[in-house]
Design a protein around this ligand. Sequence first.
Ligand code: TRP
Length: 454
Amino acid sequence: MEKQVLPRREHFGSTLGIIAAAAGSAIGLGNIWRFPFITGVNGGAAFIIVYLVCIALIGLPVMLSEFIIGRSAQKNVIASFKTLAPGTPWYLVGWIGMASAFMILAFYGVVAGWTLEYILKAVANGFAGKSPNEIGALFGGFISSPMRPLFWQFVFMFLTGWIVYAGVIKGIERYSKILMPLLLILIIILDIRALTLPGASGGIAFLFKPDFSKLTALGFLSALGHAFFSLSLGMGVMITYGSYINKTENLGKTALQVTIADTAIALMAGLAIFPAVFAFSIEPSAGPGLVFVTLPNVFLQMPGGYFFCILFFVLLAIAALTSAISILEVVVAYISENFNVARHKATIAITIAITLLGIPCSLSMGVMGNVKFFGKTFFDLLDFTSSNILLIAGGFFMTLFVAWFLGHTRAQREASSDGQFPVTYFPWFMWAAKYLAPIAIFIVFLHGLGIIKV
Ligand code: TRP
């Protein structure tokens, strides 16, 4: 058993590898699928401003807190709390992370499955000659047809499980280093095409002219929830990955770089999508289908669009995969280490369980569309509960843990690798972790759920 546990506590090979793995986790469907569509639902620019404030003032401190916890404990998320705070109930925070991992990966696998279908559609030149409406209908028909989305969800979950099973962090490191920059280049090309479309200006105004009257209390909560979702925070991914980081690495810098990379990609995805949304008269609040309906139209308007379309969905699927494995890894690391179950057995069992949970998510786009829980479909219920409640609660307790339980001295020692890398923003970080982040989270949370009125 030890043999299986020990290699997992090996460390990432290089600084670039850590960034690739952490950024690979952060950058995913959240940036390219979820960010544009919830920005659309919440009215555009004003939402984006709140989102950026959440990233800077709350996201960054939570990320550094997670790194500090993981690297100092050198354990999975639950064991980290048990090691650093023995005999206290702090480990329950890890259980919040487990619950959110199950819920997020369940619906994440469904949407990632859609990207696989779209690769095939792109290869078959399935969008050629279609109007924006027809491309919309194509998407609607696909996600509501019961079997095809399920098939692709299974394929994607199999791939996710397979990579985690093989434990090829090295492989992921290696591929992420090549594929993530490629994704960036492709998005830049898409940005240029989208911004020069006739009629793009409506989209630019939507992105940059804030109208705060459109922002509801729930909009604030969604912005915060999405900041957590996009940066992979509040679940323990960064605790788990932090435990694989060497002491010779600069945690403060890593957290900053990952945060900036993730945010840049999200904004660039927005820039590629909204001008096109307006140019093709698609409803900005169209919801989860936004990217799948908008971008094929952009590709149709581009020289070489056929190839770019294939390339885009391939890269999106890969971005989704590097994120999905980080979620699965959180659960696998815990189950295998804590219950002394062989890693590969744990991987198989957990992958199957999460895939099963994903089935009703997928079906809720069609045959189960009328089955509502608290007014939400099963898909929306899992998304809402995990992003807007569990991740936020997890992040809340993680910052409190670092700021108030570990305290200034221990946190600083870990963040700076015993003084090797003085984190320039450490004093600000401590203040944010102690007061700003928890208080802001608390208010946005209760306000968003309608528990308090501010
Ligand atoms: N951040 C990823 C994305 O944007 C999704 C993700 C991976 C995630 N790991 C996570 C979300 C942990 C929340 C928590 O697509």
